[in-house]
Ligand binder design. Sequence first.
Ligand SMILES: [Fe+2]
Length: 333
Amino acid sequence: MKFSITLLFSLLGIIGISQTHSLPKLKYSYSAFTSSIDSTTMEIHYTKHHQAYVNNLNKAIAGTKLEVLPIEEIMLNASLTPDAVRNNAGGHYNHSLFWDILTPKKDKKPSAELYKAIEENFKSIDSLKKLMNQAAASRFGSGWAWLVLTPEKKLVVTSTANQDNPIMDVSKVRGIPLIGIDVWEHAYYLKYQNKRADYLGAIWNIIDWDVISNRYTAALTDPLMQKIEKDNWQELKDFHKIIAVTYHSIEENNFLPIKELSGELYLKALILKKSTVPNSLKNEKTKSALEKISLLSKEINSLVEKNIKEENIKKKMEELHNTFHELQENCSH
Ligand SMILES: [Fe+2]
C-alpha cells in the first residue's frame, strides 16, 4: 500500500499534477499514552502544530515547481529551497514519522534482522537508547534525535536542529531515519515542563518496534538511499556544476562559458573518473558512463582549442550532457 501511494505521487509528479499535503490519520486516540504523553499535548501537537506545518508547506510550494514533487524530493534539495519550504516540509515529514512509530501496544520488540543490526552497531538496545537520549538531551533549543540507516548500511544516532532531518542535504549525517524523537518543547512541556530527560525516559515505553523494523527492511532497498548516496558524491556534484554553466548557455547559443571553461571541464571529468564511486553505483553502466564523460570532455576541450565550428562543439556537448544524466537523472540546473 505504501509503495503504491509513493508510486502514485511519483507518477503525479512526472505528469505535472500538483499534490496537496495533508495530515496522516492517527492509529490511536489522543489519550492512548497518558503515562508517557498526556492527551492535551497529543491533541495540540497533532491538530495545531503538525497541521500548521502542513498548511504552511502547501502555501509555500503553491504555484512553484516543488508543488508536483514528493516530499522526499523536496527535502533532498533543502539547501536550495526557501526557509519556509525547508522548515515546513521537515515539520510535516518528521511529525508524520513520529506518529507512525508510537503505539499503545505493549511488549514490542525489534525484528531479528533489526535486533542483529542494533547489536552490531551499538552492542545492545539499551546502549542505543542511551545514545539517542544523550543526542536528544544535548540538542540545544528545538530539534530532533534520530536513528538513521546510512547508505553504507550503518545504523547511526544523530540529531538535527529545528525541523531538519537526515534526508536533507543540510544534515551532517545523511540517510533514512528509522526513529525520530521530537524534542521541541511543544512535544512534552505540559506534562514534563523543563524535564526533557523524563520525557525521553518515558517515550521508549510507547515506541513501536514493529513499525521501526519494517522501516529498517524497507530502507535497505529504498531508491531514496541511492539518491542520498549520490548526493554525497562530491566529484559528481562538482561536474554537475560545470555542466550547468557550460551546456545550458550553449542551448541559448552562448558559447563563451565553454570556450573559457573547456580545460576545467576536462579536468573535472578526469577527477570524477578517478573518484570513489559509491557502493550501490559500482556497476558497468557507471563505469562506461564515466569513461565516456572523460572521453567526450577531452574531445570538447580539443575542439575548443582548435577553434572548430561551434555546431560541432554543441553536438558533443549534447552527447556529454545526455551521458552525464545517465548517472544523474535529476536535471535540476
Ligand atoms: Fe513537534
